[in-house]
Design a protein around this ligand. Structure first.
Ligand code: DP6
Length: 334
C-alpha cells in the first residue's frame, strides 16, 4: 500500500486559457497567465493498494458517480504507466471553499491529485513535471502548482506547462474579491464551452490575436508593478474571451443579469476613484482585482449592492504543498 497527500490552491486567470489545439493531451490554443489565491483549496489523499479491485473517488466524503470516477481513472492510468505502478487507488478529496456557491475548482483538484500521486508513488517530479502532469487532468490545474503569478506556455506535450512569473512578491499587495452569483441557469462546462467556441465562433481568430498581445501587456505590467495596467488588461481580456461565446453556434453566455449588475458596480466604484477591475470565468461569478490597500473601501462599496455572504476576500496563495500523512504508510520505493 502506498499513500500520499497534497494541498493545492485555486488560481484565477488574468489572461484566459480559452480553447484547445489538442483535446486528448490538453494543449491550449494560447498562453495564459494567472494569480493563485488563498481562499479556495483542495486537499487530496490517495491510497494505492493491492486489494483494491477498482478506483474509487470520494469528494468531501461522498463517493462520486461512475462518470466522475472514470475521468479520474483515466488520469490515474497515465500516472500508473509513468510510475510503473499497477495498483488501483482510493482518492479522498476535500474542497475548502467558504460557501457552497459552485466554486469547486478543477484547477486545485487536479493539481492536488497530481501532488498526492507524486508523493505516494515517490515520483520525485520537478515543479515543471508536476505542472505538465496536472495539465493533463485539467488545463488550468497546471498553473496551481505555483503560488503568485504563473504563465502556462502552450508548447507541445512535453513542453506545455506553467512557469512562475517573477514579480518581486508584488502579488502580496493585491487582493481579489469574489462576488458570488448563484443562479439556476444551466451551465455549459468550460470544456464544452471552449470546444464550441473554437469550432464555431467567428470571433475566435480575433481572440487569439488579442490574447497574444494581452499577454505581452500583462507581463510588462507585472514587471513595472503597474496596477492600472494590470487591471485594465485583465478586464479587457475577460471581456474578449466572453465575447467569443456570443459568436459561437449556437451562441451562449456565462453572464447572468446579476453578473452584469456586478460588472457595472465595479465600473462605478472605479469611476469614484478606487482602482478595481473585474474578470469572469465559465460561470456567472464576478471576481474583482484590487490593491490590498483599497480592499476595505471596495468591500464597503460592494456591500451596498451585495450581501456579506456573496462577498469573499482572497489574497495571493501558495503553490502545491505535500502534506504529512496521519499514519505511517510507506511511499513506493524508487
Ligand atoms: C475560463 O482548465 O477547467 O477558467 O482543461 O477542459 O479542464 P479543461 O478546462 P479548465 O478551463 C478553464 C477555463 C477558464 C479560463 C482559465 O482558467 O484560464
Amino acid at each position: 500500500m502506498y499513500k500520499g497527500k497534497a494541498r493545492a490552491y485555486t488560481n484565477i486567470a488574468l489572461i484566459k486559457y480559452w480553447g484547445k489545439k489538442d483535446e486528448a493531451l490538453i494543449l491550449p490554443m494560447n498562453n495564459s497567465l494567472s494569480l493563485t489565491l488563498d481562499a479556495f483549496y483542495t486537499e487530496t489523499s490517495i491510497t494505492f493498494a493491492e486489494d483494491f479491485a477498482e478506483d474509487r473517488f470520494f469528494l468531501d466524503g461522498i463517493e462520486q458517480s461512475a462518470a466522475a470516477t472514470k475521468k479520474i481513472s483515466a488520469f490515474l492510468d497515465m500516472i500508473r504507466s509513468e510510475a510503473d505502478c499497477p495498483l488501483y487507488a482510493s482518492i479522498d478529496s476535500r474542497n475548502f471553499v467558504p460557501t457552497a456557491a459552485g466554486l469547486a475548482s478543477s484547477a486545485s483538484g487536479l493539481a492536488a491529485l497530481a501532488g498526492a500521486c507524486n508523493e505516494a508513488l515517490n515520483m520525485q517530479l520537478s515543479v515543471e513535471e508536476l505542472s505538465r502532469l496536472a495539465r493533463k487532468g485539467s488545463g488550468s490545474a497546471c498553473r496551481s502548482i505555483y503560488g503568485g503569478f504563473a504563465e502556462w506556455q502552450q508548447g507541445t506535450d512535453d513542453t506545455s506547462y506553467a512557469l512562475q512569473v517573477a514579480s518581486d512578491d508584488w502579488e502580496n499587495d493585491l487582493s481579489m474579491i469574489f462576488i458570488l452569483i448563484n443562479d439556476q441557469e444551466k451551465e455549459v462546462s468550460s470544456r464544452d464551452g471552449m470546444r464550441r467556441t473554437v469550432e464555431t465562433s467567428s470571433f475566435y481568430d480575433g481572440w487569439l490575436t488579442a490574447a497574444a498581445k494581452d499577454l505581452v501587456t500583462i507581463k510588462q505590467a507585472i514587471a513595472d508593478k503597474d496596477f492600472a495596467a494590470l487591471g485594465a488588461v485583465t478586464e479587457a481580456n475577460a471581456l474578449k474571451m466572453h465575447g467569443t461565446t456570443l459568436a459561437a453556434q449556437p451562441p451562449f453566455t456565462y453572464w447572468s443579469p446579476e453578473s452584469l449588475r456586478a460588472m457595472d458596480c465595479v465600473r462605478h466604484i472605479r469611476q469614484q476613484g478606487l482602482p478595481c477591475y473585474f474578470t469572469m470565468d465559465a460561470g456567472p461569478n464576478v471576481k474583482v482585482l484590487c490593491q490590498k490597500r483599497d480592499e476595505q473601501a471596495i468591500l464597503d462599496a460592494l456591500q451596498a449592492n451585495f450581501t456579506p455572504e456573496q462577498l469573499v476576500l482572497a489574497h495571493a496563495g501558495s503553490g502545491l504543498t505535500a502534506l504529512p500523512l496521519e499514519n505511517d504508510v510507506p511511499k513506493m520505493s524508487k
